[in-house]
Write a protein that binds this ligand. Structure first.
Ligand SMILES: Cc1ncc(COP(=O)(O)O)c(C=O)c1O
Length: 410
């Protein structure tokens, strides 16, 4: 990152005047923390005592046998406290908030995992907490809304635009501008104005640092490929960062193919020609937008992957070809999820299932001596309504109808 917050042609900090001082403070505190080994140590201790780190690297023996190619390893970010990699970033920012002496946090959330992690951190650190969430995502991720509220957060459903993540981000910025003195915006992914992309990627880099050590321990050499799903890009940057300077390791980001690249109903920014460079939400990246710069509607079965933009760090790695980008359709994702549940007894989140689908398509072509790592960014429990609906599961439907009847009669 250069001194203006750019990664090559991407990034920057396009912020309103009223936020300048806050950003200066944030940058200063972040720089201080980065240079202080005691801060990283404090972070590691917090994550190991509160969030089950290091998360395991699981050898997927049955999937490996099924595909007959490279050895498949799964980095288990689903086993973090609150069920996703989002905890890594949030607890790190929580430590920063404490140092900056702010009393209130706000956040945006798509799949709800970031909101859930932020509500958890706020409860632990004694902070007021407001979470903005698109109305559509409130419906898709109801279990997470329930937990956020139970932990004391106020969840505000956003009814603008497509009622998903980008609209929640706009609303969170509106709040921040008016409450800047006592409030920190816990940005949820490696996007937004500098220093957020760099800072979020730094906290998430714990994933790749652990995974590199673990794969050497189990497989005795580095992996051939590393796969991660890409919404905003935080779990992908988290696992990729450690491997970026290693020769011969292919890094593969899998985006939300939705109903297919030709359908228009997807969130493919980097692996299709549908996105173009733009500046929005405080930074420059590849956005899905029309010729007038209006953000397009996106679609994915996974609420955490249907964002219109992408990390400026990933746009840079796309441009310099260090990371290869692919996409997986909703149908492929459901098939990958089904197979992983049946063969390994593991339930990946719908977001993470994109990484599995991308890997499954290619792993059979690799040698048995090689290994791949799939980053399982989160667990699928939160998706039970969407998954049961997509599988058209009759017993789940009956359960919901019976419960509904019970409530309406009470
Ligand atoms: C489990 C899970 N994985 C992935 C994502 C996508 O975000 P990112 O690309 O920042 O990792 C989300 C976002 O909500 C998520 O909840």
């Amino acid at each position: 990152m250069d001194s203006n917050g750019f990664f090559g042609n991407w990034g920057g900090a396009y912020i309103p005047e009223v936020l300048h001082q806050t950003f200066q403070e944030l940058k200063k505190e972040y720089d201080r923390c980065r240079k202080d080994p005691a801060f990283w140590q404090e972070y590691l201790t917090l994550m190991s005592t509160y969030s089950c780190r290091p998360t395991p690297l699981t050898y997927a023996e049955n999937l490996t046998r099924h595909f007959g190619g490279a050895q498949i390893y799964i980095k288990r970010e689903d086993l973090n406290h609150t069920g996703a990699h989002k905890a890594n970033n949030v607890m790190g920012q929580g430590l920063l908030v404490k140092r900056m002496g702010k009393k209130r946090v706000i956040a945006e959330t798509g799949a709800g995992q970031h909101g859930m992690a932020t509500a958890t951190m706020a409860a632990k650190f004694g902070l007021d907490c407001t979470i903005y969430m698109g109305e559509e995502d409130v419906m898709r991720q109801r279990p997470n809304v329930f937990w956020m509220e139970k932990m004391g957060a106020t969840v505000v459903p956003v009814t603008d635009g497509s009622r998903t993540l980008k609209d929640a981000i706009n609303e969170a910025f509106r709040d921040w501008v008016t409450n800047v003195d006592d409030t920190h915006y816990v940005f949820g992914t490696a996007c937004g104005p500098a220093p957020f992309p760099e800072m979020v990627a730094w906290f998430q880099s714990i994933i790749g640092i652990e995974a590199a050590e673990q794969i050497i321990q189990y497989h005795h050499k580095m992996p051939k490929r590393v796969y991660a799903c890409v919404g905003g890009g935080s779990n992908a940057m988290g696992i990729f960062k450690r491997f970026l300077d290693e020769d011969g390791i292919e890094l593969v980001g899998v985006e939300a193919g939705g109903h297919g690249a030709e359908s228009g109903a997807h969130a493919i920014r980097l692996s299709s020609p549908d996105a173009s460079p733009g500046v929005a939400q405080g930074y420059k990246t590849m956005f899905l937008q029309d010729d007038d710069g209006q953000m397009k509607l996106t679609h994915s079965v996974a609420a955490g992957l249907d964002y219109v933009g992408v990390s400026p760090i990933l746009s840079d790695h796309w441009e310099n070809k260090r990371v290869r980008f692919e996409s997986a359709t909703d149908t492929e994702v459901m098939q990958a999820l089904d197979l992983t549940m049946r063969l390994e007894g593991i339930i990946p989140a719908l977001e993470s299932s994109h990484a599995f689908a991308g890997a499954f398509r290619e792993v059979g072509q690799l040698s048995k001596d090689d290994a791949i790592i799939i980053n399982q960014s989160g667990r699928g429990d939160k998706d039970i309504f969407t998954i049961a609906h997509a599988f058209e599961d009759p017993s789940w439907k009956k359960f919901i109808i019976d419960r509904g009847r019970e409530y309406s009669n009470s």
